[in-house]
Design a protein around this ligand. Structure first.
Ligand code: G3D
Length: 139
């Protein structure tokens, strides 16, 4: 069995997480396996398996996030991909503005990358997946 890479998807409600995941599931270069659970999908990109956990963004569920993070040892090599979605919306913040706002440069202990995208058209999503793939295969 090839190794599976765990992907935890978090973000505010309405950010576009479901739309992004749906784009991956319907993209022809991404292969999907059977749905594992209501919030878990397995995708295969260039022979690398990713288990995508959509944890949702609702305040009420945030206390459960820790359950997913609890295996800290397994997550110590985690990489962080930030999708700056809805780039098609007029006056949306640029990736540079978001990086500054979130002080991403302060993240020193994990590789991170910010990718602008539009989940409606799929623009930028493959570039993000490619970065995930490069991280998964070099770690
Ligand atoms: P969530 O899973 O993070 O809660 P959703 O978010 O994927 O359900 O998306 C929330 C709304 O944002 C949806 O609109 C969806 O179509 C829209 N959306 C997602 N990505 C983009 C984007 O890149 N650009 C724009 N303009 N809209 C986007 P509805 O109206 O269906 O609720």
């Amino acid at each position: 069995m090839p190794p599976e890479h765990k992907v935890i998807i978090v973000g505010l409600d309405n950010a576009g997480k479901t739309t992004i995941l749906y784009q991956f599931l319907t993209n022809e270069v991404v292969h999907t396996c059977s749905t594992i659970g209501s919030n878990v999908e397995e995708i295969v990109f260039q022979r690398t398996h990713f288990l995508m956990w959509d944890l949702g963004g609702q305040e009420a569920l945030r206390s459960t996030w820790e359950t997913y993070y609890s295996n800290a040892e397994a997550l110590q090599d985690a990489s962080v991909l930030i999708f700056a979605n809805k780039q098609d919306v007029k006056d949306s913040m640029t990736t540079a503005e978001i990086s500054q706002f979130l002080t991403l440069s302060a993240i020193k202990d994990h590789p991170w990358h910010i990718q602008g995208c539009c989940a409606l058209t799929g623009e930028g999503l493959l570039a993000g997946l490619q970065w995930m793939h490069s991280q998964a295969t070099t770690n």
